[in-house]
Design a protein around this ligand. Structure first.
Ligand code: CO8
Length: 257
């Protein structure tokens, strides 16, 4: 793994952990940080020892948004010609599961990056919000779409038009996150989730991730068709043979990948 200034990386078993690490700016997402994040995601995605990636911040912030200092001087058409949001999509190109683990603020672009993750765990200290309206702009990295799909139109509209934050309990109640855990166990829980995923067939996990994500991109009929194709092709993997043989022989499967 390359040397980074604004993120920290480590591995624990088959979990690759990326910590956003710009604490003085509450992990505000500047160009350099996003470039480093993209590099680290690609490195873990292509590392055969890694089954899933945990993306987290620190106890105060996952990320308090795009870097407002860096954004202030930007103007159109420069913003259009040099689409500075494009590198953010790196999170979406990862084929292994990405588990977002949010403590403290996940605001603006920080909330958007969190919502790009496949599974979101929240510490009881987490606060989510899309406060861009207070800056005279609107969400620009998918917030208006992903928040609306996650929590419904009325609540998403209220949050995006007022900029109010949502606490961890509300985020769990509305389905934005899968679970709330005590802040001091957040990363441990996310790593244990990654390790549980890592016990399963790599191909099966990648196909299942692709199928679930298709639910956000495709009409139902196309999504079901994609699922069917992936399901049928799973029968071409040694892991299908191993998984079913192990069940019938009443033993633990030994998936080879
Ligand atoms: N950008 C740059 N610096 C930030 C940011 C940010 N988003 N958020 C916090 N900081 C800095 C502060 O300037 C401060 O720095 P300094 O100590 O040098 O003055 C330091 O972090 C600590 O912040 P505060 O003193 O404000 O800490 P508080 O605990 O008092 O308040 C808050 C915490 C409420 C989170 C407050 O910092 C805040 O409101 N931050 C801004 C939140 C925000 O508006 N986020 C949305 C940004 S816009 C956006 O994300 C658009 C995304 C569009 C797509 C992406 C395109 C690339």
């Amino acid at each position: 793994m390359a040397e980074f200034e604004m993120i920290l990386t480590e591995t624990q078993g088959c979990a690759g952990i990326i910590r956003l690490n710009r604490p003085k700016a509450l992990n505000a997402l500047c160009d350099q940080l996003m470039d480093e994040l993209a590099q680290a995601l690609r490195a873990f995605d292509s590392d055969p020892a890694i089954a899933a990636i945990v993306l987290t911040g620190n106890e105060k912030a996952f990320a308090a948004g795009a870097d407002i200092r860096e954004m202030q001087p930007r103007s159109w058409p420069g913003t259009y010609l040099n689409d500075f949001i494009a590198p953010w999509e790196a999170v979406l190109t990862v084929r292994k599961p990405v588990i977002g683990a949010v403590a403290g603020f996940a605001l603006g672009g920080g909330c958007e990056v969190a919502m790009m993750c496949d599974i979101l765990l929240a510490a009881d200290t987490a606060k989510f919000g899309q406060p861009e309206i207070k800056l005279g702009i609107l969400p620009g990295a998918g917030g208006s779409q992903r928040l609306t799909r996650a929590i419904g139109k009325s609540k998403a509209m209220e949050m995006i038009l007022t900029g109010r934050m949502m606490d961890a309990a509300e985020a769990e109640r509305t389905g934005l996150v899968s679970r709330v855990v005590p802040a001091d166990t957040l990363v441990e829980e996310a790593v244990s989730l990654a390790q549980r995923i890592g016990e399963h067939s790599r191909a099966g996990v990648a196909m299942a991730k692709e199928a679930v994500n298709a639910a956000f991109e495709l009409p139902l009929r196309e999504g079901v068709r994609l699922e069917r194709r992936l399901f049928l092709s799973a029968f071409g993997t040694p892991d299908q043979q191993e998984g079913m043989a192990a069940f019938n022989e009443k033993r633990k499967p030994n998936f080879g990948g």
